[in-house]
Design a protein around this ligand. Structure first.
Ligand code: ZN
Length: 423
């Protein structure tokens, strides 16, 4: 959450100075970019929060393509709070701060409620710190999706202290206890409530700290910052942070207008797959608006197990009837030993309820409805189960090998897929 009115900033600053700190009850730690006051019990955790924050700030600056001069006088006054009533009583949370469920930022001050895991507390401190930095650098953080999504993007991390690396999706659930973003996204997927990218861009300001709003905003910011062809538009948009109305989105969408249908299709795929270990460098899907329409001639495709969805390079017209065959062998070098697989997969090792190593396909529609609020979930099939099928709308035909997202890097080999017109 974020409050950017200067008048409040000045007010709170004096409020903090006016409240004498009792060293026996509160820990106070001073870093390069953060002055931390906290009632968490562990002095070690407090020191680690400061070290993590100080290591994250220069990485945020690099992400926004700015130099360190821009943060020469940037410093956040942070409260990490267990007993909120106590902080209120001491005047450490001014009355102008609304009731917040997780954290709040106002100018150069942030307040964060300590969570049940160190990861999540650190995440929230970084999240609020990003808001504070956006105010410092850009006089604001843009509309809700950009404000919350970029804060989530730059708060999500691997490692801790000086070794922290920002903008990394946790590898496993155990790496990020109580953080819960993928759990919430999974619930939305199950109940058919995954928003379109346009719906995310239209999010209204929300002070309830809704995890779903934050998660989809984060996903949109990941998509826009991970594909090289969108990245500079996304990074440059931060400069318009003061703009929180529709003009912000209009300008961003105008700069990407030709690419928007592809972006919306990629959004649909990403929403289907995003989870622990998801690696954007392996999950970029090669799609183009100029992909030719399939003329019905035989196609051959090598499907690699170390990449996400792979297109056969053409758009399949409505009414086409397709026959698929596949052969080949791949190695999934998972612990405790490498597994060899053929297109049907390894039937005693599963991911998402399906055999590991299984060759899968999906039809991704070319068209998207810019007015739609929800996306329809993607139907993924095993090539073995659906060797012949009808295409009911203009679509890309995509393939991938079923494996855990964080374990693609050491996969080897390929499957050879043959795509023919069925009779
Ligand atoms: Zn926020």
């Amino acid at each position: 959450m974020f409050q950017s009115q200067l008048i409040f900033v000045v007010g709170c600053f004096f409020a903090l100075l006016a409240a004498p700190l009792r060293a026996d009850e509160l820990l106070v730690r001073d870093g390069r970019y953060i002055h931390l006051t906290t009632d968490i019990a562990s002095a070690e955790e407090a020191a680690s929060l400061v070290a993590s924050f100080d290591a994250a700030v220069p990485q945020w600056i690099r992400f926004w393509n700015l130099d360190t001069d821009s943060i020469a006088d940037f410093k956040v006054k942070a409260c990490v709070i267990r007993n909120k009533a106590e902080f209120n009583q001491r005047g450490l949370i001014p009355a102008t701060v609304p009731n917040f469920p997780f954290g709040y930022a106002m100018g150069n001050q942030v307040w964060v409620l300590a969570q049940q895991s160190e990861y999540y507390t650190r995440h929230l401190l970084l999240h609020e710190g990003v808001h504070s930095l956006a105010y410092h650098l850009f006089n604001g953080a843009g509309p809700t999706w950009f404000q919350e999504g970029s804060a989530e993007l730059l708060a999500t991390h691997h490692g801790v202290g000086a070794a922290i690396k920002i903008n990394r999706i946790p590898q496993t659930r155990e790496d990020a206890p109580y953080w819960g973003r993928f759990k919430r996204m999974g619930q939305a997927t199950k109940s058919g409530e995954v928003p379109t990218i346009n719906a995310v861009l239209g999010y209204q300001p929300d002070l309830t700290g809704d995890v779903a709003t934050y998660s989809w905003s984060w996903a949109a910011c990941m998509l826009l910052s991970s594909y090289p062809e969108y990245r500079s538009v996304f990074v440059n948009a931060s400069q318009r942070g003061k703009e929180t109305g529709p003009a912000f989105n209009r300008e961003l969408q105008a700069a990407l207008s030709k690419q928007w249908p592809i972006l919306a299709a990629r959004w649909r795929l990403a929403c289907h797959d995003l989870n622990y270990g998801f690696d954007w460098s392996r999950e970029q899907v090669q799609l183009s608006a100029t992909d030719p329409l399939w003329d019905g001639s035989d196609l051959k495709l090598q499907v690699r197990p170390d990449q996400g969805w792979q297109s056969c390079g053409v758009r399949i017209p409505r009414g086409a009837k397709i026959s698929l065959t596949a052969e080949g062998e791949i190695t999934l070098a998972n612990q405790p030993k490498p597994w060899t697989s053929q297109p049907p997969g390894i039937t005693f090792q599963y991911h998402r309820g399906r055999p590991l190593g299984q060759l899968q396909f999906c039809l991704l529609p070319n068209a998207n409805d810019p007015q739609a609020k929800r996306i329809e979930s993607l139907e993924v099939h095993a090539v073995k189960d659906r060797p012949v099928f009808n295409v009911t709308e203009y679509s890309w035909l995509l393939f991938r090998v079923n494996d855990e997202y964080g374990k693609l890097d050491d996969n080897r080999g390929s499957y050879q897929v043959s795509i023919k017109r069925a009779r």
